[in-house]
Design a binder for this molecule. Sequence first.
Ligand code: F6P
Ligand code: MG
Length: 441
Amino acid sequence: MAGPPVSLSARDVGSFAYLTVKDRLPQILTKAIDTLHRHKSEFFEKHGEKGLEAEKKAISLLSKLRNELQTDKPIVPLVEKFVDTDLWNQYLEYQQSLLNESNGKPRWFLSPWLFVECYMYRRIHEAVIQSPPIDDFDIFKELKDQNFFESQESIIALCTHLQELMKTIEDLDENQLKNEFFKVLQISLWGNKCDLSLSGGKTISQKINLINSLEDLKPFILVNDMEHLWSLLSNCKKKREKASITRVDIVLDNSGFELVTDLVLADLLLSSKLATEIHFYGKTIPWFVSDTTIHDFNWIIEQLKHSNHKWVSKCGVDWENHIKMGRWVYLDHMFWTLPHEFSAMPQVAPDLYATLQKAHLILFKGDLNYRKLTGDRRWEFTIPFHEALNGFHPAPVCSIRTLKAEVQVGLQPGQGEQLTASVPNWLTIGKYGIFQFDGPL
Ligand code: F6P
Ligand code: MG
């Protein structure tokens, strides 16, 4: 059997990977530099002259990085000692070994897109940690928070919907519950439209009331395995003995509106008893502009708690309680911010793999997780998802993702070609979505 196909790369001139490395990544770096500039007086107030020097240093490191990228320089090892530095440098050596025959060096416009893009965010982090005393500054925090504030109307609608539902949840029959479960799943799917790296860091907030738009959006769901999720979890519920648990793990993506939609889903899973425990996984460093860190997670729950809107603040209070009682657990792991595809997890992060194996279901939110699930390769559209996972089967998994990169598997014969004919950029505009499941039922 032939091995997996080649990785997506900026080597393919005109591809989305190419456009990303050429245009989107430098834009993100420019924004990051601008953010540091704008916080100059804040750094000064906090740390005096040392703060100003640190700002200058971080800016010069980022400008150097942008220059390396734009002039397609070889990818250099990380220099600052951090928990994952060795793993990164080993990965770079591995990329180098793939090129040894051609005598080349890993470069921005030559190496796999997934690697160089992850590397850029890791280098941004390196620039910040090399610049004490501002070494805990999250360059993207302001954008993430802005997205949250601009989505207030939708957040109110969502929290109100959830709290109204709570009043009657015990009385719902099977079908009604399934219906509500499908609604929050779809809300969480379309919440993934809100990532900030696709917009080059411009905020795209969620202004429309999603709940009323779900029917209109249904035709844009290209793979819909929601029924599998329902059968799996409702069977767990039926068979569950008293005191035993059903654990759903959510590998989070973006903070802001999307995170709220994920928390709504997590709350419904608990209150409907489809699950008894939820594990969330976030990022340990600022990542792909809008990804959730523990600070974002805590900040959002705190914001909700102090909202003037009674249902919004009720959500905040309930969610804080879930955390206190251990029904919701937030976990960090450096693996999520490494460049490796998920099929490498058993070797690179065996502890994390073992943790995931204890879940009854793992939900992977967002586009980047999908790229890592499938190895970000040039798969044919009809290759089964199971095959593209390349041996990554810790537990039943489901990707909940809007499409923002040129990788999609598990489609019906002809489906991809038809889409290409009618909407040429369907893979990258974030307009289409999938619920793609793999696992025994
Ligand atoms: O730029 C790479 C990319 O994966 C895009 O495809 C997407 O815009 C973004 O990064 C991440 O999206 P998400 O937040 O859904 O993982
Ligand atoms: Mg993201």
